[in-house]
Design a protein around this ligand. Structure first.
Ligand SMILES: NC(=O)c1ccc[n+]([C@@H]2O[C@H](COP(=O)([O-])OP(=O)(O)OC[C@H]3O[C@@H](n4cnc5c(N)ncnc54)[C@H](OP(=O)(O)O)[C@@H]3O)[C@@H](O)[C@H]2O)c1
Length: 274
């Protein structure tokens, strides 16, 4: 495993995504992921699976401090009082005293960003989360958080994969010591079987999906959180630490970067140009 330094916390560069994993399927998948070796689990209030994630962690017997758990505040919990009370609900579902990272899930112009970030900073002081961050923030919103609100942002979790350039976000993040976590790192399955990635993978005995993930985690201060309901896929995604992409292959992958977004709901902000 490769670890990143997230404001002094050990952040596994490869995590396990849980969007659309629910009930027993989620419980089983997270238990299996921890068995495989994943130590970084990504959930969110809106996923409706914090209870199952917490239960899988409890059943794993792995010490809490060995795991990195991220959750995200949903947009109806951005007022200061709701930040605190919904965090208590999340911790109670997760059956833990703290999370490692708490994110604002999406920008919400209806609540002052400074109010939400201020309340989140209080949760750090109270030990309810080790660090705070944002998700789906283009550079304009990151700038607001860092420069206007003076918030101590550790991470921006955004869609990022070989077919989507995130150059602007990556540059701002790197200049401000912010880790970028790549969500939908397999473009929700669309990269599996991609001819260029398949061709590169053949040289290393790896699949297109493994190449897609390896390309991400080789980047400085970038993490990736693929989701896999099936054990086979979860294992394959974890099996990326025994090879290194050549400079030529990395360059070929960098050239693919375009503007293919697979997550773009109506609440999305105006994205940075590709
Ligand atoms: N912050 C946000 O707004 C946000 C938005 C989207 C996602 N996320 C986070 O990022 C995580 C990952 O993103 P995602 O779930 O959208 O997409 P993803 O990880 O890019 O792709 C998941 C899809 O790829 C398939 N897959 C996984 N590994 C595979 C493999 N080795 N070979 C073939 N197919 C494979 C999965 O199938 P099976 O499940 O059937 O195995 C699933 O259909 C989410 O679960 C969530 O935690 C966050």
């Amino acid at each position: 495993m490769k670890f990143l330094d997230l404001q002094g916390n050990k952040f596994p560069a490869l995590g396990f995504g849980t969007w659309q994993l629910e009930g027993d399927t989620c419980l089983g998948a997270v238990q299996k992921a921890i068995d495989i070796g994943y130590r970084h689990i990504d959930t969110a209030q809106i996923y409706g699976n914090e209870t199952e994630v917490g239960s899988a962690i409890e059943k794993s017997g792995i010490a809490r401090k060995e795991l990195f758990v991220t959750t995200k505040l949903w947009t109806n919990n951005f007022e200061a009082g709701r930040v605190a009370s919904s965090m208590e609900e999340s911790l109670s579902k997760l059956r833990m005293d703290y999370v490692d990272l708490l994110l604002i899930h999406w920008p919400n112009p209806e609540v002052e960003l400074s109010e939400t970030l201020g309340a989140m900073a209080e949760l750090v002081k109270k030990g309810k989360t080790k660090a705070i961050g944002v998700s789906n923030f283009p550079v304009s919103e990151m700038r607001k958080a860092v420069e206007e609100c003076k918030a101590n942002i550790a991470c921006n979790q955004v869609e990022y994969h070989a077919l989507l350039s995130q150059n602007a976000v990556l540059k701002y993040a790197s200049d401000h010591n912010i880790i970028v976590t790549a969500y939908s790192p397999l473009a929700r399955g669309k990269l599996v079987g991609h001819p260029v990635l398949t061709g590169i993978g053949a040289k290393y005995g790896k699949t297109a999906g493994q190449v897609a993930l390896r390309w991400l985690i080789e980047q400085k201060d970038v993490a990736a959180i693929p989701k896999a309901a099936s054990e086979k896929n979860a294992r394959a995604n974890f099996d990326i630490f025994d090879f290194e992409l050549s400079k030529e292959d990395t360059a070929a992958l960098n050239k693919l970067k375009g503007n293919m977004r697979v997550v773009n709901p109506s609440i999305a902000p105006e994205w940075d140009a590709a």
